[in-house]
Ligand binder design. Structure first.
Ligand SMILES: CC(C)(COP(=O)(O)OP(=O)(O)OC[C@H]1O[C@@H](n2cnc3c(N)ncnc32)[C@H](O)[C@@H]1OP(=O)(O)O)[C@@H](O)C(=O)NCCC(=O)NCCS
Length: 244
């Protein structure tokens, strides 16, 4: 659900210790497709054209275009002047006009989330509650033993939500840590009860390391779940809805 207190800032300015989260309705950005496309780099055009499905291509272009617009506003530079690089596991970061601390994105269906911070390591995940999702198979493959037990204890009607809450929290952490597929999802332990505070319990059995991470659920549109993770504990979340 949307938090009714989401307000649009006067200026896009990052403050130490703040996590800025932008919820993007990609359907509403469709009219700007051409303008957003023009701001992409040749590499991004090449990548967009390699998507097999048109829907995936459109989503990539709209999302990358909005990220450029947003980061351009934060850095006071034209969106098209930004240059990105990727880590070995594919996590993009800004290298020009100057190193920009941190951003991460996630998209699912027609929704996207962009998280931005002045400093630190952050990750975000957004997932649509796909009715065709094979929860049982994914639970076996990707949840830790503790998570599987917690999920089993939930009433049947809450299990799909519980699973997705858990999944987005884990992915947000994995994306923050930039690990991608290099760490088994089942080695990340989270508290998963829907409605209860998000918490990273252990990573590969290490509880002390897990305590160094901030984890929170994000307000998302209906039938979606979203979470954010950041290294360190003293973070303040500020959320807005992107309007072009
Ligand atoms: C790469 C990965 C992070 C993408 O996740 P996803 O849910 O498919 O997609 P999302 O929409 O959440 O995120 C995609 C964005 O994350 C960013 N990203 C890509 N690799 C990343 C990484 N290693 N770390 C953080 N962010 C990454 C990119 O900006 C990408 O968007 P783009 O392709 O438009 O540039 C994911 O495939 C992955 O490795 N997850 C780790 C968890 C895992 O192992 N899952 C397997 C199931 S058991």
């Amino acid at each position: 659900m949307f938090n009714a207190n989401w307000t649009i800032p006067d200026a896009c300015q990052l403050v130490e210790g703040e996590l800025h989260v932008w919820l993007v309705d990609l359907e509403l950005c469709r009219d700007q497709f051409q303008a957003l496309w023009k701001n992409l780099s040749p590499d991004e055009h090449y990548r967009a054209e390699r998507y097999f499905r048109l829907a995936d291509q459109n989503r990539f272009v709209l999302m990358r275009g909005v990220v450029r617009e947003l980061l351009g506003r934060y850095l006071s530079v034209p969106a098209r002047s930004l240059e990105f690089k990727e880590t070995g596991t594919g996590k993009p970061f800004v290298v020009s006009p100057r190193f920009f601390a941190s951003f991460n994105i996630s998209h699912s269906q027609d929704q996207g989330i962009v998280a931005i911070a002045k400093a630190g390591t952050i990750g975000v995940d957004l997932e649509w509650m796909d009715p065709a999702l094979d929860r049982r198979m994914l639970t076996k493959r990707c949840l830790s033993q503790r998570e599987r037990e917690a999920l089993r204890a939930l009433p049947e009607a809450d299990k799909d939500d519980g699973f997705l809450v858990c999944w987005t929290r884990k992915e947000a952490f994995l994306k923050a840590a930039g690990m991608g597929l290099s760490l088994e999802m089942s080695l990340v332990d989270t508290a998963l009860i829907p409605g209860q505070p998000a918490r990273l319990l252990a990573v590969n059995g290490n509880e002390e390391y897990a305590r160094q991470w901030f984890l929170a659920d994000l307000p998302a549109v209906p039938d979606h779940h979203a979470a954010i993770a950041a290294e360190g504990q003293n973070w303040t979340l500020r959320c807005w809805r992107w309007t072009a």
